[in-house]
Design a protein around this ligand. Sequence first.
Ligand code: F6P
Length: 470
Amino acid sequence: MPRLVVISNRVAVPSGDGSSRAGGLEVAVRATLKRHSGIWFGWSGRVSETREAASQTIEHDNHSYVVTDLTEEDYQEYYNGFANRVLWPILHYRLDLAEFSRRDLSGYMRVNEHFAAELHKILRPEDMIWVHDYHLIPLAKALRERGHGNKIGFFLHIPLPPPDILTALPNHERLIPALCHYDLVGLQTDNDAANLARYLAHECRLPSRDERTFIAADRTVRIETFPVGIETAEFNRLARRAARSPFVQGVLDSLAGRMMIIGVDRLDYSKGITLRMDAFERFLAEYADWRGKVTYLQITPKSRSTIQEYSQMEREISTTAGRINGNYGEASWTPIRYVNKAHSRSALAGLYRASRAALVTPLRDGMNLVAKEYVAAQDADDPGVLILSRFAGAAVELNAALLVNPYDTETVAAALDRALSMPREERRARHEALYQALTANDIKLWADRFLGALTRPRILPNWLRQVSSG
Ligand code: F6P
């Protein structure tokens, strides 16, 4: 097996702190690297005054973590600017929130060039390169320009919208076709893959061999779907242990026999937290018998707080939680417990298992691993109920959940009532189907399928073979 070089903006360098803030990408890459030794390259998470210092290498458990600092300018233009104020909202279908500036785009290109220059020092011709996420779309092009003919794959963890939305991205014609420098582009759902294929076929007018293989300059790029999974059995074991921990027992004691509904999301507008709280309010208003009998715990670690839309949303959510608690709370009962503190994986696993229902209602999400982890954490004999947005990538596999439209607060309120009163037999049957979906597409399979597809030999058309051989 050739050496695997994983590249992403964030790198989860093992720090021994239980990695409490790990998002979906980090969870997936960490699980992949458990089974393939290699290098994980990316941003150190530090912002330094100058970028003179070379990348730093940290050796740990058979892997090398190679990290590089960003300058304040890089951080503002590449990370806060183009990645998170342009690509993030547009790829999540939120054209209204995108704030484009040419300077941010050039900062984004500059950091991609910097990553390529640092990688150029360590790459070997036989390395298998796997680039992750929207921060690094032009990286393969920058590597090819430095002479790297390696197999390079790209996986997008977030959604890819239809061409009508994608073309609203200023300079899309410079950016999106750069994906054709990869050998393989992986997406979370068939819908995302079809959107990209339509863009390449209609916007770029690229010739194709079949619906998902496009011919661009001297290579073919293949588009495939690889829904990201989790370490199902391991997460289930973690939840079983954690449910007995003093922390989870303490939370349960504090509920005084009430049922718990859980929501866990990074503080982000794509997660639909305010609408979810509105739906909970509606539930309390319309299904008044539940008042005083349930507690909704919303765990929401802050993120990207220096971006204006995020700090605005922080205020909006806490105002909403305060309003609902003020209107419906009693001296002895707080309807919503809203917590900004990040919790360890193990604490979350235990809390999932202790919750009768989970509200996972993003307005748009690439996959959403909270939904999968909630299912994996349940006691199969007495499981909780997953209420899942139809706009999360996870809804394709987890269609035995109660699927809802998160914009329709009336339906979400009704789903809550249904989840809390669902008979045990139905809960078991749904959970069995959901758990099966998880085991059928475990994280091991995700990585194996992606790397298998990346290394699979391609048959090039004759004319292209002639062009490539010079
Ligand atoms: O793919 C999106 C993602 O990388 C998630 O995996 C993660 O939860 C989130 O974005 C992290 O965002 P940031 O690196 O900006 O904190």
